[in-house]
Design a protein around this ligand. Structure first.
Ligand code: AMP
Ligand code: MG
Length: 337
C-alpha cells in the first residue's frame, strides 16, 4: 500500500475523513504532535493502528472528539470536575481518563474499562472528526518506542506503506503529547503524563494536583502503573542519549573528555558561543524546548549521531513535560555534576 500525502485543504480533508469512515488509518496533524487516526468504535480499524505502530496491545489509545459535549456518548460517568476542566482547557492538549461505555471497544482501551478523552484544537484534526462523524482514536504517529513526529515528513518516514494517508499540516505547535490526567476525588486530579497544560494551570480549577511518581522515576519491571504507557521504552532515537544536569562549563568539559566520532550535544539556544563541539540547539525556554525536542532527536539520527549529551531542561511548568520525555529517551541515564 502506497501512503498518500494529502494537503491541508477541504477536498483532501474530506478524502481523509472518508478513509477513516471506511476503517483506514490516516496520519493527522494536531496541536501536540502528529497522530495516527482511525474510527475509535471500529475494532478492525483500531487494530490497524496497533499493527502500523507495533504498539503493545495493552497500551490504550486516546479518543478525540470535536466537542466535549460528545463525551457522554463514549463514557459511562463524567465527573463534575471534568466539566469544569473542559470549560477551561477544551479544546486543547488535555486528556481526561473516565469510565468508558460499550461504544469504545476493548482494543481501543487496551483492555481497560476507562477511556482517555481529548478535544483537539488543531483545525485539521477538528475538521477530520467533524467530516467523518467518528470519534477518532489516535496515538502519536511514530513507530512504537521512537520520538513522536512533529512534521508530516517524519510521519512518512515511520509510516510509509503502513497507513493509507498522511495530511501535511506543517510543524506541530506544542511538540509534546497532551497532558493526561485521571480523577482522584471531587476536587483532585493526578497527572499521568505531563504536557502543555501544566500543574499550575490545572490548579486554577482543581483543589489538588498530584504528580504521579512514574513521571520522573523509572517503573520497576512488573510494577502496577496508573497508565500503561509508563511501562514502555519511549521517545528514543537510534543514538544513545545521556542527560546532563550541570553548569555549561562542566557540560563543555564532560563532552570534551568523551569527544570523538558520532558524539554530538544538544544544548540550549545561547550556549553555542562557548561550545566548541558538534551540536544542535533546542530552544531557550521550556515552550521552545517542548516544540523542538522530538524534531532535534530525529535530526540527530539523520546526522549519524551515535551518542548525544543533552543539557537537562528545567522541570518547572511545561519543562516537566520536556524533562519527562528526555529522561525516557535517555533510558533514565542522567549525569549530575
Ligand atoms: P499516545 O497514544 O502515544 O499519545 O500515548 C497515550 C498515553 O495515554 C499512553 O501513555 C497511555 O498509556 C495513556 N492512556 C491512554 N488511555 C488511558 C487510560 N484509559 N488509562 C490510563 N492511561 C491511558
Ligand atoms: Mg506515543
Amino acid at each position: 500500500m502506497e501512503t498518500l500525502l494529502l494537503k491541508n485543504n477541504i477536498d483532501d480533508i474530506r478524502y481523509a475523513a472518508k478513509l477513516i469512515k471506511d476503517g483506514q488509518v490516516v496520519g493527522i496533524p494536531t496541536e501536540t504532535v502528529y497522530g495516527l487516526g482511525a474510527d475509535a468504535s471500529n475494532e478492525e480499524a483500531v487494530a490497524r493502528i496497533f499493527a502500523a505502530k507495533g504498539r503493545p496491545a495493552d497500551n490504550p489509545l486516546i479518543v478525540h472528539l470535536s466537542d466535549f459535549s460528545d463525551a457522554v456518548n463514549y463514557t459511562s460517568a463524567i465527573p463534575d470536575l471534568a466539566h469544569s476542566l473542559a470549560e477551561r482547557f477544551c479544546p486543547g492538549p488535555l486528556t481526561m481518563i473516565m469510565p468508558k461505555n460499550e461504544r469504545i471497544p476493548m482494543v481501543t482501551s487496551g483492555g481497560l474499562d476507562t477511556v482517555g478523552i481529548r478535544v483537539p484544537s488543531h483545525p485539521v484534526m477538528h475538521a477530520v472528526i467533524e467530516q467523518s462523524g467518528c470519534a477518532i482514536a489516535a496515538p502519536s504517529a511514530n513507530r512504537s518506542g521512537s520520538p513522536s513526529p512533529t512534521s508530516a515528513e517524519y510521519v512518512l518516514r515511520d509510516m510509509n506503506g503502513r497507513v493509507a494517508a498522511v495530511i501535511d499540516g506543517g510543524q506541530s505547535e506544542f511538540g509534546v503529547e497532551s497532558t493526561v490526567i485521571s480523577f482522584e476525588s471531587d476536587d483532585a486530579v493526578r497527572i499521568l503524563r505531563p504536557g502543555a497544560i501544566t500543574r499550575e494551570m490545572l490548579l486554577e480549577v482543581c483543589g489538588e494536583v498530584i504528580i504521579d511518581h512514574a513521571i520522573l522515576n523509572e517503573v520497576a519491571e512488573g510494577a502496577k502503573v496508573a497508565s500503561p504507557g509508563m511501562k514502555y521504552k519511549h521517545y528514543a532515537p537510534k543514538a544513545d542519549i545521556i542527560m546532563v544536569e550541570s553548569r555549561l562549563e562542566d557540560f563543555v568539559s564532560l563532552v570534551g573528555s568523551n569527544y570523538g566520532e558520532g558524539v554530538y550535544a544538544l544544548i540550549f539556544d545561547g550556549d553555542e558561543t562557548d561550545f566548541p563541539y558538534r551540536y544542535l540547539t533546542y530552544g531557550a525556554d521550556s515552550s521552545e524546548q517542548a516544540h523542538w525536542l522530538f524534531q532535534r532527536l530525529r535530526e540527530l539520527d539523520d546526522m549519524g549521531a551515535e551518542k548525544v549529551y543533552v543539557r537537562a531542561p528545567s522541570a518547572e511548568g511545561v519543562g516537566l513535560a520536556v524533562y519527562n520525555r528526555l529522561i525516557r529517551a535517555a533510558g533514565f541515564e542522567v549525569i549530575r555534576i
